[in-house]
Design a binder for this molecule. Structure first.
Ligand code: HPA
Length: 249
């Protein structure tokens, strides 16, 4: 298994890195990448092993809402590709839009809605096929593995918005009508960039809260971070098991 697996950690999902045997780290600034200032984002790459598989873990992605454009935002994906990453696993925190998907559980992305109004591919390459952004074969593997490990893993469509504010209840109803199961402020542009480079992509949303207006309480970033940290262990087990044997299948 010469190819590297890249893992991008979302807000509050830092504990996901705990089971990586770290060999070295590289700060974003050292390789000319923009650094995030959002709490819960460290801004470095960890090189190491997970389940015996060589991985690069990206801690601290940057977001459109910090003022970065789509190109800057996806520089980390291009850099990981240069390092040899050929399968990218994106994680994020997201609001659940689906009454059947409870906060605290995970959703594997089957597809997405890019509602950011931008693309890292502006200026080319044009017309890249996006019929299968999130690789079907890998999804089958993750689904089977989650079942074996007793991890609840939903599947659905992620709507990627610019933020930085959370949605209004009316926007949540619009997104539900559009066919989205979860909503967040990341992932879609990185996935587009990776697919344009021929990198396979898998992505997982940690459902940290109900979409605005769906739950009993208002949205709170601290709660998002807390729920993410609590749910991280299940995803780590899944990724570790997949890296240990299943990632080529
Ligand atoms: N909306 C957008 N982004 C999010 C949410 C949400 O409800 N939860 C975590 N990230």
């Amino acid at each position: 298994m010469a190819d590297l697996v890249g893992i991008v950690l979302g807000s509050g999902l830092g504990p996901l890195a705990d089971r990586v045997v770290v060999e070295r780290t590289t700060g974003f600034a050292e390789v000319g990448l923009p650094v995030s200032k959002v709490k819960g984002h460290a801004g470095r790459f960890l090189f190491g092993k997970l389940g015996g598989q060589s991985v690069i873990v990206m801690q601290g992605r940057v977001h459109l809402y910090e003022g970065h454009d789509a190109k800057a935002l996806t520089a980390g994906v291009r850099w990981m590709h240069e390092q040899g990453v050929r399968h990218l696993i994106l994680t994020n925190a997201a609001g659940s839009l689906d009454p059947g998907m409870e906060p605290g559980s995970w959703m594997m992305l089957s597809d997405h809605l890019n509602l950011t109004g931008t693309s890292p591919l502006e200026g080319g390459p044009n017309f890249v096929d996006m019929t299968e952004v999130y690789e079907i074969k890998a999804r089958e593997g993750f689904r089977a593995l989650a079942g074996k490990l007793g991890i609840e893993l939903h599947e659905g469509v992620y709507a990627g918005l610019r933020g930085p504010q959370y949605e209004t209840p009316a926007e949540i109803r619009m997104l539900q009508t559009m066919g989205a199961n979860a909503v967040g402020m990341s992932t879609v542009l990185e996935a587009l960039q990776a697919r344009a480079l021929g990198i396979k992509v898998s992505a997982f949303s940690c459902l940290t809260n109900w979409g605005a207006g769906m739950g009993a309480t208002n949205l709170d970033h601290a709660e998002v971070i807390e729920t993410g940290a609590a749910a991280a262990a299940a995803m780590m087990s899944l990724l570790e098991a997949w890296c240990a044997g299943n990632w080529e299948s």
